[in-house]
Design a protein around this ligand. Structure first.
Ligand SMILES: C[S@@+](CC[C@H](N)C(=O)[O-])C[C@H]1O[C@@H](n2cnc3c(N)ncnc32)[C@H](O)[C@@H]1O
Length: 165
């Protein structure tokens, strides 16, 4: 997690974290973001689905991170819009929105790829997508998903991210 507060000066766009767990990362975002903007927090609140063939099923099995709830997150980030459900299906709740900053942190190939495709076309110019799991040894599906959608040469560091130039 890094501080991407440069996006605060963009003229428009919401903020989002997809893969929230107990809301600690979301709380960090809420502390540097423009407080007048919306922060969407998307999670199954039931943990991971079945891993795909591209994931590390030992490190990230079905049901990991189920020890949370919207209430736990709301206590830390009271003003956020909490969306409960599985990616990709639940992303329909965000149709019509545009974003200046999105953090994707779901560990598994299928939801990371779906979220990457969804948000790539919904970022305002200059908007940033951060990929928490990119280059993480326990999350091989993350690099595969992100590289398929954005191309590896377009992922910047040291905190992995893509800018909608
Ligand atoms: C590593 S945790 C997120 C940690 C959080 N970003 C933080 O900074 O504390 C991964 C989260 O992704 C969620 N997740 C995994 N697959 C999902 C899916 N298909 N749809 C929605 N949430 C999912 C899990 O429920 C879990 O809360």
């Amino acid at each position: 997690m890094s501080n991407f507060s440069s996006v605060n000066s963009l003229p428009s766009g919401d903020y989002a974290e997809v893969g929230v767990f107990q809301g600690d990362g979301a709380k960090e975002i809420s502390e540097w973001m423009n407080p007048d903007c919306r922060l969407w927090l998307v999670d199954s609140f039931q943990g991971h689905r079945e891993p795909s063939e591209f994931d590390n099923s030992g490190a990230h099995p079905k049901g990991r991170y189920s020890d949370t709830s919207p209430e736990i997150v709301r206590a830390k980030v009271p003003k956020a819009i909490i969306v409960k459900g599985y990616v990709p299906e639940v992303l329909a709740s965000l149709y019509g929105c545009q974003f200046r900053y999105v953090r994707i942190d779901m560990d598994h190939y299928i939801p990371i790829k779906a979220a990457s495709e969804f948000f790539k076309i919904r970022m305002v110019p200059g908007g940033i997508i951060e990929f928490d799991d990119y280059n993480c040894p326990d999350c091989p599906g993350a690099n595969k998903a992100v590289d398929e959608v954005f191309g590896a040469s377009n992922i910047l560091g040291p905190v992995p991210h893509w800018i909608n130039r």
